[in-house]
Ligand binder design. Structure first.
Ligand SMILES: CC(C)(COP(=O)(O)OP(=O)(O)OC[C@H]1O[C@@H](n2cnc3c(N)ncnc32)[C@H](O)[C@@H]1OP(=O)(O)O)[C@@H](O)C(=O)NCCC(=O)NCCS
Length: 184
């Protein structure tokens, strides 16, 4: 699998992306990022990952782990990992003070580019409309539910896929239609 285990040419030479409010740049996640990552994680999730979870996930050979900076300040992260036949977006979060500036979108776009073609999946709480809107904008479609997936409160997970899940041996039909291409 080309690019597996690294972000390739992505960081740290990535070109800054001009967003409406600030310049976004990307680099690879490093374990020295843990203190601020854990702070954002704690402010973003009811059941945050621990330092050990980040260490394990970002150390996997197939991990593509990115940090997003806004005007030079680290404000978000996204972690992709390959399991069996498909890539999984394991987590993404952005500092609440830096949201709606395109950081998550830039992180996920860059991760998708780094991992290359092939199906990508994720789980998201059906109540997380912000994340679902973001994922749908990036081409993910709603595929199914995993009942009682989240251990902290038993909420179901919505499964989303980008690309063709049958390539990963996943049967079934999408629950939602792929987004229409943006108008030129
Ligand atoms: C979901 C999250 C990662 C989005 O990060 P972000 O950097 O604010 O997202 P972006 O600015 O890249 O948003 C891109 C698009 O996603 C959609 N979106 C993002 N946040 C949204 C919100 N709160 N409400 C509605 N749509 C939203 C919009 O379409 C947005 O485009 P627009 O701003 O031009 O309208 C962020 O809200 C977050 O960290 N939430 C807590 C952690 C979390 O839920 N992670 C996902 C777990 S599955």
């Amino acid at each position: 699998m080309p690019n597996a285990g690294s972000t390739g040419d992505l960081a740290p030479e990535a070109e800054p992306v001009e967003a409406s409010l600030g310049a976004i740049s990307l680099r690879r996640f490093d374990l020295t990022d843990l203190p601020w990552v854990l702070e954002i994680e704690g402010r973003s999730f009811g059941a945050p990952w621990s330092a050990a979870s980040f260490t394990i996930e970002t150390s996997r050979p197939s991990s593509v782990s990115l940090v997003g900076e806004l005007d030079g300040r680290p404000v978000g992260y996204a972690i992709f990992t390959r399991y069996a036949d498909s890539w999984h977006l394991m987590t993404v979060a952005v500092d609440p003070r830096a949201r709606r500036r395109g950081v998550a979108r830039t992180l996920i776009d860059a991760g998708l580019e780094a991992i290359g073609p092939g199906p990508v999946t994720l789980e998201v709480r059906p109540s997380n409309s912000a994340a679902i809107t973001l994922y749908e904008k990036l081409g993910f479609v709603q595929w199914g539910m995993r009942p009682g997936y989240y251990p902290d409160d038993g909420e179901d997970a919505l499964i989303m896929w980008r690309g063709d899940p049958s390539e990963a041996g996943v049967p079934g039909e999408a629950l939602s239609k792929p987004p229409r291409p943006a108008r030129q």
